[in-house]
Design a protein around this ligand. Structure first.
Ligand SMILES: CCCC/C=C\CC(=O)SCCNC(=O)CCNC(=O)[C@H](O)C(C)(C)COP(=O)(O)OP(=O)(O)OC[C@H]1O[C@@H](n2cnc3c(N)ncnc32)[C@H](O)[C@@H]1OP(=O)(O)O
Length: 244
């Protein structure tokens, strides 16, 4: 089990992403480890998505390093040979949703206050093609078109209806259920499951691998625009104001 614990909201900073990728690599190379349950140690928050401060007012070199770390995390998780189960025990916007979507199975706490989705459009930014591809592979083109254009965050019951998560359980049963699902998936021979998983995900993974440097350049160019920086600053201010 991997439990995110980066207070206050498990935002995906460069350090967090680097540590997450290293942990995944270690587990992947450990022949005794066949599966991982991903959850959060912070009440009410699974992950608040990419750390917005990493994308505000930084150098081009920093943006490149940060984006490479985001790509690396996704390539490792989406391409993992292990069984991956997300036990979503709180809010899961944007990058947090990407992590859940990259797992093989998603179980969410049945609390309507917890929401999940790719809300990038609400921040005035655009979910990259590989976020979009991952989303489409889970919910299909039609739902993805609407959800991504509107930057919708779905409360748990709606997320279940759309197929964004696979099941809802009472919060106190989340880990028990995740373990049961893991046992069910691990009952199959690894090689057949792994080859099937790779067959299903390869095209989407290969697309980023083939365009990785281009994707970094695109990100730097996009995020460096003054209009985008302004949108992000306003969003951060809105988050802070919400508290007062
Ligand atoms: C081309 C670009 C592609 C980019 C692709 C992906 C983009 C992303 O992933 S962008 C991140 C999108 N995330 C969000 O929109 C979530 C924003 N956060 C929230 O909605 C709430 O914070 C949340 C529901 C997660 C938790 O709510 P609360 O428990 O009420 O906490 P607070 O809102 O008070 O937040 C505490 C503290 O954390 C700061 N914060 C929150 N989210 C982020 C974040 N993603 N990055 C950086 N910092 C974040 C928030 O501002 C508060 O800070 P302080 O005021 O200094 O305490």
């Amino acid at each position: 089990m991997m439990k995110f614990k980066s207070p206050p909201v498990n935002s995906l900073s460069l350090d967090f992403l680097t540590e997450f990728s290293i942990s995944l690599e270690k587990l992947e190379n450990d022949r005794a480890c066949r599966g991982v349950i991903i959850t959060s140690a912070i009440p009410k928050i699974f992950s608040s998505g990419l750390d917005i401060t990493e994308m505000c007012g930084k150098s081009v070199e920093h943006y490149a390093e940060f984006w490479r770390a985001v790509q690396e995390m996704w390539l490792r998780l989406y391409g993992s040979n292990m069984v991956t189960v997300a036990a979503v025990n709180g809010a899961s916007p944007a990058g947090g949703c990407l992590i859940a979507l990259s797992c093989d199975y998603r179980i969410m706490a049945e609390n309507p206050k917890f929401s999940i989705g790719l809300n990038e459009a609400q921040l005035g930014i655009v979910a990259p093609f590989w976020f979009k591809d991952t989303f489409v592979n889970v919910v299909g083109q039609r739902i993805a078109e609407r959800a991504l254009q509107l930057g919708s965050l779905y409360p748990a019951p709606e997320a279940l209806k759309l197929g964004l998560v696979d099941e809802l359980v009472p919060e106190e049963k989340l880990l028990e259920k995740a373990s049961a699902v893991m046992a069910q998936w691990l009952a199959l021979p690894d090689h057949a499951r792994q080859i099937t998983k790779s067959m299903m995900r390869k095209a989407v993974l290969d697309r980023l691998v083939a365009h990785r440097e281009e994707d970094i350049k695109y990100f730097i160019n996009f995020i460096s625009k003054e209009s985008i920086q302004k949108s992000l600053r306003m969003y951060m201010e809105m988050l802070k104001k919400k508290k007062s």
